[in-house]
Design a protein around this ligand. Structure first.
Ligand SMILES: [Zn+2]
Length: 88
């Protein structure tokens, strides 16, 4: 459902391709963000931009599947709820 796309590492500042390099966390806050989220610290070789980027992209197909499963679950819950009401 979730795929890692390492090719999409464009610099948001100078839009240079493959100029981004992983940057080390300088503070505790940055280390915590790195540990608990999917974001990574990057630094641009070309323009010196430094910031957060995520390489996780949620596919449209996966979103559709999630919606269908959620709907099915709601319908099932509704049916079960009504059946239980009829029995009791
Ligand atoms: Zn740049």
């Amino acid at each position: 459902m979730v795929s890692r796309n390492s090719k999409k590492t464009k610099c948001p500042s100078c839009t240079g391709e493959s100029t981004l390099r992983n940057s080390r966390a300088r503070s505790t806050k940055e280390r915590i963000i790195k540990a608990i989220t999917w974001f990574e610290l990057y630094r641009c070789k070309k323009c010196g931009w430094r910031g957060w980027k995520t390489n996780i992209v949620l596919e449209q197909k996966a979103i559709k599947k999630i919606i269908i499963y959620t709907l099915l679950m709601i319908i099932t819950a509704f049916v079960v709820y009504n059946l239980l009401r009829l029995v009791v």
